[in-house]
Design a protein around this ligand. Sequence first.
Ligand code: HOZ
Length: 437
Amino acid sequence: MSTERRSSNAGAFERAQAVIPGGVNSPVRAFRAVGGTPRFIRRAQGAYLWDVEGRRYIDYIGSWGPMILGHGHPAVLDAVTRAAREGLSFGAPTEAEAELAEALIDLVPAVEQVRLVSSGTEAAMSAIRLARGATGRSLIVKFEGCYHGHADALLVKAGSGLATFGHPTSAGVPPEVVQHTLVLPYNDLALLEQAFAGRGREIACVMIEPIAGNMNFVRASVPFMTRLRQLCSAHGALLVFDEVMTGFRVALGGAHSLYAQAIPGFRADLFVFGKVIGGGMPLAAFAGPREIMSQLAPLGPVYQAGTLSGNPVATACGLATLREIRAPGFFDRLSQSTRMLVRGLLAAAQAEGVPLAVDCEGGMFGFFFADSLPQDYAAVMATDKERFDRFFHAMLDRGVYLAPAMYEAGFVSAAHSDEDLDATIAAARESFALIAR
Ligand code: HOZ
């Protein structure tokens, strides 16, 4: 293998494709939705990524959400290296795990106990098992376009990579495994009412991305969430908030804090967290009230385990990240940056006569080539994909790294400076001009 071949994106992709299916270890990285060659990343610092060809990009993926402080934050690196020197993994409990659980409980008051795991998939899968164990029921409800990781029972009409590939349900998931999964359209009150009227007593839980980041950026409306909570309570079903993307990202208390502000007495039952709580290391969690969480082994009959769960290096990384985002004014500044970005994108699109709809919350944003914001998966799929794909490549050519599919949210970090945002908006203006033709 020549050095020259290894130091081009095309060469790196060719090499990877020979030994890794599709050349990637997670399908959305392969640029299949937008076409072209994925950038192979060599290093990252602050708001930037550098590929193997030495090109710099302003990064709006942030490892799909975790890098809220930007890359290589000194306090995080320091905590990680200190922890690594003490030991990489013990397979035994540590005090830091309780410290991280305490931090989560402090930030999300609806949570009383936390179990740490290694990925969002594992957390969502475990939350479903817990909900089924705690209620003695089998049926779970999810929404079209929401993606809760790749556990079999949840891989039905999902967003993210499954939307990209036009196969919303994966092969290899036997019908018997998903016979207990009911999928409803997002934000559709009438069908929600109908599902509960018909099968309410069978429903163990309803899992929802409160702001769906796996079909770009679609909020559950307040009336929808209000009624969902009422129906779950009335029928003894648990409401599970999947905050893998939104947790500690759209606000310090996650999306839950936004709905709790908007809906008097609102409280989800179980939570799924990931991304920001690991700060870029493999760490996720599921959490809820003591009464439900105590159904888990070793206390209760619901089994769940993991060799690397609560890994000391990942835990140190998560703790250091949470410490930083709790600094006074952190979310005000982050939200201001994100708003500046989306307003700039909108103005640039309008200046070039390109229809664009934008939304954001905290450090997470979405934009659609459409006249208005979609409310469900079908509407997201009806937005202008061809325009998105051309825009994506025009931005990439100008050194801006957006998610390579119109089904994904974008992320701003604390490391994005006003100059970075201005440069992005300038690149967008040129890109909109190009695609307007
Ligand atoms: N949920 C993320 C994308 N929407 C995960 C990234 C991945 O699938 O690689």
